[in-house]
Design a protein. Structure first.
Length: 545
């Protein structure tokens, strides 16, 4: 037998093909060409049915490979189109969006099944000849790619990897090592940035995707990082594990574990056992740093195979996040303490927080020259903004979340059952222990989901105090007062006073009227501190002293 036994999740198979399942490559090609492409729902059902039947039918491996390769392009097209129904939506997803996400997961699972079946069958061959290796190179590469795509589509929804996915990725790579084919060339026409690929590059991409800290990323950023890895994942280097480890640019992988690996290797126990591999990202981090310097100098980095406008939008934020994830390996600053039976009242969004901070009353400016009720500024809304639904005329409500743990810098919360508040990375919230009085402000830094309606989120503390205010840009005669939040200076943290508004308010040196309900003063915005899909936070100074 082959030198390795593969433990893979595989579907049961029958000797006779299922009715309607096409196992002849030429006929399948004609069938795929006749799919109702404009009807995505029908096409998804037809393709899924064929894949389910194919993977449960016993056929020879070369024929299965030819059939699976024909499915790749239509499955790729569907997996690009279907997520449009749920990407950008807050968690937990509504029922219809969740059903579409499950369809994407099914397609990718079945594609991975097909290639894993062939890899598994190969282990029964007494000796793998050189003539067999090109087919196995393609099969192992495709298996890793589809398992990685499963990870990616799960990370988009802040969902942890399914049990066994990482263990299978490690096994497929280890098998390729034993066969000596990790760096053998393999064509991947679906990867337009690196169509001539290898098993090693695909494996590194899977690892780096996980090490990008996906639960902290907005969906748009995760997609950009995945695209970047299509082009540059091969720059990372894999080697056997060594005893002396550095704290930066190194990640420890245990091929026997069902996880990607250890991010902080400085204190990781390790021996030179064969199950360990070391991923070194020094060359990748160096490239990212060079691109970041170019952007900071006001120029656009050479796309070098990426799309021409790749760095135009969110480019600096993208590069900073990647160098922090793959180059710095940050340690936790504060120790977290577990909490049990502690519930917090939570309020999301600038408008709703303003209401609760204002004592459960709608904010009223001290002047009525533009109307008694502040409204969100409409003019100048930034592209890509994803503001929450404006507070309705009925009073907003808080929701109860359970505290998991906390530290000086932040805390983790969970909620399940009923109708959980929709939440996204970058959302603004106010929290207080149930029965408490004062609200503190925080921002959602990571989200994880499981099941239908269980949501966990990690919150970074921004300020222990907050005041309800309203702002009016004086350069926009059509604008009205917009609700805002004033965060005071926190001297121990060297944190200056800032304002938080909905997106679209901030412009450098823009003049505002700032109303605290008692008086109005003019301020000038001068530095953007943070911009997310839900809010802007900026420093300001008074100009009417």
């Amino acid at each position: 037998m082959s030198a390795m036994y593969l433990r893979l999740s595989l579907p049961p198979r029958a000797d006779a093909p299922s009715p309607g399942v096409e196992t002849r490559p030429a006929e399948l090609e004609r069938w795929l060409a006749g799919l109702p492409i404009l009807n995505t729902a029908e096409t998804t059902q037809l393709v899924s049915r064929q894949l389910l039947g194919l993977n449960r039918t016993v056929i020879d491996d070369p024929t299965r490979v030819r059939l699976l390769e024909l499915f790749r392009a239509p499955v790729h097209a569907l997996c690009q189109e279907l997520p449009k129904a749920y990407l950008g939506l807050p968690q937990p997803l509504p029922d219809r969006a969740r059903q579409v996400a499950n369809q994407v997961r099914l397609l990718l699972t079945e594609m991975a099944y097909g290639y894993k079946l062939i890899a598994f069958n190969s282990t029964a061959i007494p000796k793998i000849e050189d003539a067999d290796k090109p087919l196995l190179t393609l099969v192992l590469h495709r298996g890793i790619r589809y398992l990685t795509e499963q990870l990616f589509r799960g990370y988009e929804l802040y969902s942890p990897p399914a049990e066994g996915v990482w263990y299978e990725i490690h096994q497929l790579y280890r098998y390729a090592e034993l066969l000596g084919i990790t760096d053998a060339p393999v064509d991947d026409p679906l990867n337009t940035l690196a169509p001539h690929n290898s098993i090693s590059a695909a494996y590194k991409q899977a690892l780096l995707l996980d090490f990008s800290d996906p639960f902290h990323l907005p969906g748009r950023m995760l997609a950009k990082i995945s695209r970047y890895l299509d082009r540059y994942a091969a720059l990372a280097q894999l080697s056997p594990g060594i005893v002396a480890l550095k704290s930066q640019c190194q990640f420890l992988i245990n091929l026997d574990n069902d996880r990607a690996g250890a991010v902080n290797t400085e204190a990781s126990p390790i021996t030179t056992e064969v199950r360990y591999r070391l991923l070194n990202t020094t060359d990748l981090a160096r490239l990212i740093h060079q691109q970041l310097l170019v952007l900071q100098a006001g120029q656009t980095p050479d796309p070098d195979g990426l799309e021409k406008d790749f760095f135009v939008q969110f480019g600096q934020d993208l590069l900073v996040r990647m160098i922090q994830a793959w180059g710095v390996n940050p340690k936790r600053v504060y120790t977290r303490t577990l909490r049990e039976n502690v519930r917090h009242d939570i309020v999301f969004g600038v408008d709703a927080i303003n209401y609760f901070v204002n004592g459960g009353e709608r904010f009223k400016p001290s002047t009525n020259e533009v109307g008694p009720t502040p409204r969100s500024v409409k003019a100048g809304t930034s592209a890509g903004a994803a503001p929450r639904t404006p507070v309705p005329e009925t009073a907003p409500a808080s929701s109860a979340w359970d505290l998991i743990d906390e530290s000086a810098g932040g805390y983790a919360l969970t909620r399940s059952g009923g109708s959980s508040d929709p939440v996204r990375v970058g959302d603004l919230l106010a929290s207080r222990p149930q029965g408490g009085r004062g609200w503190e402000i925080g921002v959602v830094r990571w989200v994880r989901t499981s099941g239908v309606d269980n949501v966990e989120m990690g919150v970074q503390r921004l300020s222990p105090a907050v005041a309800a205010v309203a702002v009016l840009p004086i350069d926009d005669h059509a604008a009205r007062y917009a609700l805002a939040l004033e965060l005071p200076e926190v001297k121990p943290m060297k944190q200056p006073a800032t304002l938080i508004t909905e997106r679209g308010c901030f412009k450098p040196n823009r003049i505002f009227s700032l109303d605290n309900g008692y008086r109005t003063r003019q301020i000038k915005a001068f530095r953007l501190v943070e911009l997310t899909g839900a809010f802007e936070r900026f420093q300001y100074e008074y100009i009417d002293r």
